[in-house]
Design a protein around this ligand. Sequence first.
Ligand code: FAD
Ligand code: PHB
Length: 395
Amino acid sequence: MEPPVTETQVAIIGAGPAGLMLSHLLQREGIASVILESRSRAYVQQRVRAGVLEQGTVDLLDELGLSERLHREGLVHHGLLLTLDERRYRIALTELTGGRALTIYGQQEVVKDLIAARLAGGGEIQFEVEDVQLEALETEHPRVRYRQQGTARELRCAFIAGCDGFHGVSRPAIPPGVLTTYERHYPFAWLGILAAVAPSTEELIYARHARGFALHSLRSPEISRLYIQVDRTEELGDWSDDRIWNELRLRLAADGFTLRDGPVLEKSIALHHSFVVEPMQHGRLFLAGDAAHIVPPTGAKGLNLAVADVRVLARAIERWYRAGHTEDLERYSERCLGRVWRVQEFSASMSALLHRLPGTDPFEDRVARARLEWICRSQAEARSLAENYVGLPWD
Ligand code: FAD
Ligand code: PHB
């Protein structure tokens, strides 16, 4: 028996930041979409990940009328603190970038807001779908076959947006030989915790320390987010809460600074990985966000890059529907990849600057320290870091 068929204009695979943002951008242009998500709504709303939103990401949420809670609860940041040898240096992000700022607001909060608004506006998100398969990508009528609660279904569309993250099915649906992959695995990971304690700092602290990198970030006046560098082979089970807090205390130490600790609400280990595929499209399938590229989290860029991709994609699809223009669709990869590689370079250089590996050649260690010191002393260097960190303007 043939499966029940539904039709839409754009099939979106994945309800992460990329997929959800795309559905909102398309809706604004009157273009219909259906999102297929393999996890439950509760799961995607609780997945703890990023927290730093660039000015451009916030501006886009403003434009779409999706930022009311973000402005109420988000924490606006005008600077960040770099630490070397227990001395803190402030990078005045806003001053150095002509007034741009960052907002700290958990990724899962963004996801909650986007899902609620999409469903309230009559949008369709199907959660807990299984066996998603993309077909007929090289035709004008691609299809997605999947199962929902055991029933086989088919979604017909004009375009498929692969927004299903690094482990999704969209990228592997592209035939062998089409994509070129560029990647680097780093020998370290971040152990991250979310803790029920007031942040011990008003601005993010990035610390380079002989014992390894540490980062103090924030989520709210009551919740802190902290990370330490660990070896990529470390097991979460070997890290008791006390051991994590002790390590954080050592690595974040500075004159007059006291780290408050508290109950750990969540902990996880994330490996560092840089990854890009070129092109980001094949036939009527367009990859966006982590499905096409991964950056190490040191530059706080993954979510912002995902949003930048779908902004380009939504415009290209809109121009195709409105005026039959194919040029923007054809140039989708090229447009996204300029930003992707800028951000890859920034994220890799922030990682190299701030992490210390056991057994590092002492010469390299001295060079990295000299570079960090120079960034803290030279306004030109600090401005370059600030421009990248707050995010490149849209084209
Ligand atoms: P995802 O968020 O991965 O969403 C993909 C969605 O697709 C998921 O909901 C998934 O369940 C779904 N899916 C997967 N497979 C299928 C399938 N077969 N069918 C249907 N659905 C499927 N970025 C920043 O910008 N700033 C930060 O501060 C930052 N910090 C980070 C800290 C950590 C510890 C980590 C791990 C990441 C961080 N990032 C940060 C990166 C950021 O979280 C990701 O880049 C972002 O989630 C990418 O969004 P996405 O929508 O492309 O992919
Ligand atoms: C976070 O708040 O989760 C965060 C902040 C800065 C980073 C990465 C993650 O570089």
